[in-house]
Design a protein around this ligand. Structure first.
Ligand code: FES
Length: 217
């Protein structure tokens, strides 16, 4: 079962044609959710970038009103997969306890997220605690990490607190995209610029501190 929904911006997620926005796999997203736990399925199976979308650099708008705890919405911006995840209270509670196992727990590498997002929360790396937005590419060699969001022992980590596991070379990231120590990936996953247009609408690809856009609080 998949906990992923996918938006293809070439099909209408952009600001100019948001009326035609659609979820390509919304059904599987609903079926796959079981509370905060669910089976992790590599998004790459359902992510299907088009040539038009890969070339597009325009911001992408996403409606997250249907995004349940533990679910991930996958969309595309500048040819990259963008993950939007609603984190559970248990995940949010676990994140600060991981700091001493991480390479950059306070997001001090300025290349990996916009300043205004680090300022909002260097540990959660998000504007709203429960909503995480990440570029879904491993910072080692660019593979697609798997989301393994349940807090439970895993073969690759007996004390797993939920996060992303890259099977290519076994890099691990927490549910804020912070990289663990002792893995090949050198840096945290990238947080793209984004802001909230309203409670349920995220615009990815716009830094509100560099424009007149609002809603970043
Ligand atoms: S590409 Fe992810 S660990 Fe190597």
């Amino acid at each position: 079962m998949s906990n992923d929904a996918v938006i293809d911006p070439a099909e209408g997620a952009g600001p100019d044609n948001s009326g035609r926005r659609r979820f390509l796999t919304a059904t599987t997203a609903v079926v796959g959710a079981v509370g905060a736990g669910f089976a992790a399925v590599p998004f790459i199976k359902s992510w299907n970038p088009s040539a038009r979308a890969q070339l597009a650099g325009a911001p992408v708008t996403a409606d997250i009103s249907g995004l349940q705890e533990g679910q991930r919405l996958v969309l595309e911006w500048r040819g990259q997969p963008i993950w939007i995840v609603r984190r559970s209270p248990a995940i949010l509670e676990a994140l600060p306890t991981l700091d001493d196992q991480l390479r950059d727990p306070m997001s001090e590498n300025p290349e990996q997220q916009p300043d205004y997002i680090r300022e909002a929360s260097p540990q959660l790396r998000s504007l709203k605690p429960e909503i995480s937005v990440l570029v879904g590419l491993c910072t080692h060699l660019g593979c697609a990490p798997e989301m393994v969001a349940e807090i439970r022992p895993e073969p690759f980590d007996a004390n797993w607190k939920g996060g992303y596991f890259c099977p290519c070379h076994k890099s691990k990231f927490d549910m804020a995209g912070r990289v663990y120590q002792g893995v090949p990936a050198p840096t945290n996953l990238v947080v793209p610029p984004y802001y909230f247009e309203d409670d349920n609408t995220i615009v990815v690809g716009v830094d509100p501190s560099a424009t007149d856009a609002t809603g970043a609080a």
